[in-house]
Design a protein around this ligand. Structure first.
Ligand SMILES: Nc1ncnc2c1ncn2[C@@H]1O[C@H](COP(=O)(O)OP(=O)(O)O)[C@@H](O)[C@H]1O
Ligand SMILES: [Mg+2]
Length: 326
């Protein structure tokens, strides 16, 4: 199978992800896949869930925090600004407090608490997660390409979906229980009852959103997850481990892409020993990759003479990934 065949044979897989360690080529492949799909006539959004996003670098456009920016016909890119989202949360909370208690000013103690909560690292993750859910639930595009964070974080991100889910299940169950008690004891006042109802509704709404988002990640019908690997010992080891972990989270794998392969045609020439050694090393690890990941290897991508930035380079990358861009 080739990359092109995976896409052509699975037209329902509209959520595309490239996983792997930092610096292996996830952002590059995300952009090139987005470019190729857009050229095929699909409306594509490539978006970054990485706080150190580099879609701006690869497209040579400042897109950070600007929503979905049109890069060319059918191709949109978005870098999520988690801080902006956190500020929106904070303002929402302040407004709720003002409304609920009829306050003009937020008491200092509460304001301090709001500030402290926003500094929690989990807050950033949760803000990003929320924005991703918005994007995906929005349903405005044919393809969604997630420019993922490095492996460990991606796993955290995936596991968070199930943690959230369990947490909300528990809270929802508690709320329902409380409501039942309250009704039996008839201690609940009328307006308090409707307030509880509202919270329950809100939680169920969040739950639906999270289920939609995490459901997509683990749905082989809808999702294509590719692992990026390079012909190096440590990377192969890490990838094997990661593939095992992903299987545990029920994330279906579509295949592997081998990046940064030194072009074989260099071999014929009078090349420096340094390069010859590197090629020998790669040869060994390429054989190991074929042995370990076998039929699941979809493409070998050459090491280019320079980094991949700007649309002409992205097009060249799309050509080697998919074999020709119409
Ligand atoms: N095949 C390649 N040839 C040359 N440069 C590459 C290749 N693949 C990736 N790069 C470069 O390597 C760097 C890291 O790639 P990137 O896609 O940002 O990795 P990741 O998103 O996995 O951290 C970038 O500067 C990119 O342009
Ligand atoms: Mg990246």
């Amino acid at each position: 199978m080739s990359m092109r065949e995976v896409f052509e044979k699975n037209p329902d897989r509209r959520y595309i992800m490239f996983g792997g360690k930092g610096g292996l080529g996830k952002t590059t492949f995300s952009a090139a896949a987005a470019y190729w799909l857009a050229k095929q006539g699909y409306k594509v959004l490539v978006f970054s869930v990485d706080p150190q996003a580099s879609l701006s670098d690869i497209f040579k456009r400042d897109i950070f925090g600007k929503g979905a920016v049109e890069i060319m016909q059918n191709l949109y890119a978005q870098e999520i600004d988690a801080d902006q989202r956190i500020h929106e949360y904070q303002e929402e909370i302040r407004q709720k407090i003002r409304d609920m208690y009829g306050m003009e000013e937020i008491p200092e103690e509460i304001e301090n608490y709001i500030q402290a909560a926003a500094a929690e690292p989990a807050m950033e993750e949760s803000a990003i997660f929320d924005e991703v859910v918005d994007i995906v639930v929005g349903g405005k595009y044919d393809y969604y390409i997630y420019d993922l964070v490095p492996l460990g974080h991606a796993l955290y991100y995936l596991s968070m979906a199930s943690v959230y889910d369990q947490w909300i299940d528990k809270i929802t169950a508690l709320r329902t229980e409380m409501e039942e008690y309250a009704q039996v004891a008839a201690v609940m006042q009328r307006d308090k009852e409707s307030e509880e109802d509202q919270i329950l509704k809100e939680l169920q709404y969040i739950k639906t959103r999270i289920n939609t988002s995490s459901g997509i990640l683990t749905d082989k019908q809808k999702t294509a997850f590719f692992f990026v690997v390079t012909p190096e010992e440590m990377i192969i080891l890490d990838t094997k481990k990661a593939a095992g972990l992903f299987a545990k989270f029920d994330v279906p794998l579509s295949g592997y892409i081998v990046n940064r392969v030194i072009p074989e045609e260099l071999r014929g020439g009078n090349i420096p020993e340094y390069l010859r050694n590197r090629m020998e090393m790669q040869k060994k690890y390429l054989a190991e990759i074929d042995q370990v990941f076998g039929g699941e290897v979809l493409a070998r991508i050459p090491e280019f003479e320079r980094d991949i930035t700007g649309l002409p380079m992205i097009e060249r990358m799309a050509e080697v990934m998919f074999g020709g861009v119409q």
